[in-house]
Write a protein that binds this ligand. Structure first.
Ligand code: BES
Ligand code: MN
Ligand code: ZN
Length: 499
């Protein structure tokens, strides 16, 4: 990850490859905003803006020569839109503007960001956005290839310029932002990793390696241990693959915790659909079907790095869903840990099977709250699109997730679990079937999980669309794995810690 520093230097004198400043829309055109920019530079840019097609709108990024008055190589103008009623910019606007500017840099190694920050929280948002925008995934490119594809991966240092730089509060806020950005990057890396490299046992090894030296304990249940423990869901989904399933428990246990939180993540390292095979078109995106488990792993590690006084246990439900002679069949009846039986009518509704085992295991340890994160349904995208995640479950926990997402700058929207839909999962032979009504498919999946939760306060996060960006990059969000849910979960843990 790029190195981030805070500095109170004047933007005029910073010797960097690129200097990022803001543009805003005003009633009479465009204004250039950035602390301490020379007046003549501002006046010249504002005069040129119309001819350059610069409007100051959000998501607009333009690079221009820095000119003789500045020591920087190029000037990057990033749009902030209009100021809100209170005269400031929302934190998420600053985060996205900083991210978009850094993301668009292709030849720069050193960057300084001079965006308007009114307080430490805004400084941190700018830092976080810049770091999130500086992501690139180059594992599968040779050095020459990486150069020819021009990514923001070349950015090695980011200086955030602010008059608040010297304060301890700003330093702490930026340190937190860097920890969170690193967790998001690591989550993206896992999601982007090809499924021939990332299979359940490999994921478990990565979890162990990532936890080394952090004090976070990683326990791996292999197939033998899963069979002994009665984890019928994870085993059934994994049985079609030559690369067996795993359940990985990742525990962060500080002394005298204020709360005990369980996180359960869906980790299907590839979802072909199994015998109920998916169409070829778009199947490649199913390497991202482990995004929930990736987010859970890196949230637990971030909680430990931040030293939060909250005990957090993550459960990574890892399996590869493949069709084969050993795969489960539609009409198989399986037994989830704890004894409930499920008739598997569609092997492509596999996420809820592995998550049921994970939820049961998590709840056995009596957490105060359990949150599950899963790329569970295509219906999530039908309902909310590809940028807004859904949250279902206990009303208070659902609200807690929405509030945490709002402060973190992620979009989570509350959805209901209508009781009457549950009847559609009636099975002729088992306690429940793994599919029900097609309409409201996301809610049906949530209701299925609810059957395994009991009375523990719980929220289910469906991140199917937002976890993997199949379109173009925007703001600080790259193409491919996005790392969604990490920031919301960390924020929620911090809120619990403060209680
Ligand atoms: N992993 C998919 C859901 C998904 C689809 C995530 C597209 C991201 C993008 C899940 O396992 C699945 O296949 N769900 C089925 C359920 C159906 C068979 C009831 C679906 O949504 O079609
Ligand atoms: Mn599936
Ligand atoms: Zn799936």
């Amino acid at each position: 990850m790029a190195e981030l520093t805070l500095s109170s230097k004047n933007p005029t004198g910073v010797k960097v490859d690129a200097l990022v400043v803001g543009t805003q829309t005003t009633s009479d055109g465009v204004a250039v905003v950035g602390d301490d920019l020379p007046r003549d530079v501002v006046a010249e840019l504002e005069a040129l803006a119309p001819a350059l097609g610069i409007t100051g709108a959000r998501d607009e990024v333009r690079t221009v020569p820095a000119g003789a008055h500045l020591k920087a190589g190029v000037l990057v103008l990033t749009g902030l839109g209009a100021r809100d009623g209170s005269g400031s910019f929302p934190a998420e606007t600053l985060r996205r503007a900083a991210g978009a500017a850094v993301r668009e840099l292709t030849g720069a190694s050193s960057v300084a960001v001079a965006l308007p920050a009114a307080d430490e929280a805004e400084v941190a948002a700018i830092a976080e956005g810049a770091l999130l925008g500086a992501y690139s995934f180059t594992r599968y490119r040779d050095a020459a290839g990486a150069a020819s594809t021009k990514t923001a991966g070349g950015v090695s240092t980011i200086e955030v310029l602010t008059s608040l730089a010297r304060g301890a509060k700003a330093k702490a806020a930026v340190e937190r932002a860097a920890t969170i950005a690193a967790a998001v990057h690591a989550t993206r890396d896992l999601v982007n990793t090809a499924p021939n490299d990332l299979f359940p046992a490999a994921f478990a090894d990565i979890a162990k390696a990532a936890a080394k030296g952090t004090g976070v304990k990683v326990t791996v249940l292999d197939e033998k241990a899963l069979a002994a423990g009665g984890y019928g869901g994870i085993l059934a989904v994994g049985q079609g693959s030559s690369r067996g399933p795993r359940l990985v428990k990742v525990s962060y246990s500080p002394s005298r915790p204020h709360a005990k939180v369980a996180l359960v993540g869906k980790g299907i390292t590839f979802d072909s659909g199994g015998i109920s095979i998916k169409p070829a078109k778009g199947m490649e995106a199913m390497k991202s079907d482990m995004a929930g488990a990736a987010a859970v792993l890196h949230t637990v590690l971030a909680a430990s790095r931040l030293g939060l006084p909250v005990a957090v246990t993550g459960w990574l439900c890892l399996a590869e869903n493949m069709p084969s002679g050993t795969a489960q069949r539609p009409s198989d009846v399986i037994t989830i840990r704890g004894g409930k039986t499920v008739e598997v009518l569609n092997t492509d509704a596999e996420g809820r099977l592995v998550m049921a085992d994970g939820l049961v295991a998590a709840i056995e340890e009596n957490p105060d709250v359990v949150l599950d994160v899963a790329t569970l349904t295509g219906a999530q995208m039908v309902a909310l699109g590809t940028r807004v995640s859904a949250v279902m479950g206990t009303e208070s926990v659902r609200s807690e997730v929405v509030a945490a997402a709002e402060s973190a700058g992620e979009q989570f929207w509350p959805m209901p679990l209508p009781e009457e839909l549950a009847a559609s999962m009636k099975s002729k032979v088992a306690d429940i079937a793994n599919i029900g009504d097609r309409f409201g498919g996301m809610l049906v999946a949530g209701l299925f999980l609810q059957e395994f939760v009991g009375s523990t306060p719980w929220a289910h996060l469906d991140i199917a669309g937002p976890s993997f960006n199949e379109g173009s990059a925007f703001g600080y969000t790259p193409v491919g794995g996005t790392g969604v849910a990490v920031r919301t979960l960390v924020e929620l843990l911090e809120a619990r810690a403060a209680k």
